[in-house]
Write a protein that binds this ligand. Structure first.
Ligand code: GTP
Ligand code: MG
Length: 193
């Protein structure tokens, strides 16, 4: 849930990266940390080493600038993607202001992407406390891989709801900032409702 403190002049958003195991969630957070090296003071910072599976979660608190005179602080989380961690994922996703679903574009991962997106949607519906659903941005990651699934097929399989889409090569930083910006825009739009 977003927190707005007018006295201390900040607004905090919780943004969560979900998606199947190995799709590039932690990689997104690593690249974001390079872009915004100043963390929110006195906040825990937990990040997996690159290429290691996330076991609990990754957390990255950052300050990214100001909106209407208020400091914008983002608490960015990545859930563990391995199937086994379903309860942990549900916990980390609770109270998210917006969620990035990181898709693995590798050719043989389509079904896995679809099933794990269905799980995310189920959990968000169960967690939902307000009338407004949590906005989801789809990130089609690993576009650099030869044999990556066609965008048209990804769209037909994963994007019936016509959600915002960002194509990415997270490992090179491509599409990472765009995804984060889109999450902020969607979260703020939802807040305004
Ligand atoms: N080729 C390619 N590899 C990528 C890309 N993004 C991430 N990877 C690699 O994919 C592997 C898994 O990335 P992670 O970021 O650890 O994946 P994750 O989604 O956090 O995985 P879990 O924590 O197990 O759920 C790593 O070796 C990354 O370097 C990309 O855009 N292209
Ligand atoms: Mg991870």
């Amino acid at each position: 849930m977003a927190r707005i403190d007018l006295q201390r002049r900040f607004v905090q958003l919780k943004l969560v990266y979900a998606g199947p195991s190995g799709s590039g969630k932690t990689t997104n957070l690593l690249r974001i940390r390079e872009l915004f090296p100043s963390p929110v003071e006195h906040s825990p910072l937990l990040l997996s080493a690159e290429g290691t599976r996330t076991v609990f979660f990754d957390a990255l608190p950052i300050e990214v600038g100001e909106i209407q005179g208020l400091k914008l602080q983002l608490f960015v989380y990545a859930v563990p993607g391995e199937e086994f961690f379903v309860a942990t994922r549900a916990l980390i996703m609770s109270n998210a202001d917006a969620l990035a679903y990181v898709v693995d574009s590798q050719g043989d991962h389509l079904e896995h992407n679809r099933d794990s997106l269905a799980e995310v949607e189920r959990v968000l519906t169960l967690n939902q406390r307000s009338a407004q659903p949590v906005p989801i941005v789809l990130q089609y990651n690993k576009r650099d891989l030869p044999g990556a699934t066609d965008i048209a097929l990804l769209e037909a399989t994963l994007n019936q709801k016509d959600r915002p889409v960002v194509e990415a090569v997270a490992v090179k930083g491509t599409g990472v900032l765009e995804t984060l910006q889109r999450l902020c825009v969607e979260a703020v739009k939802q807040l305004q409702k």
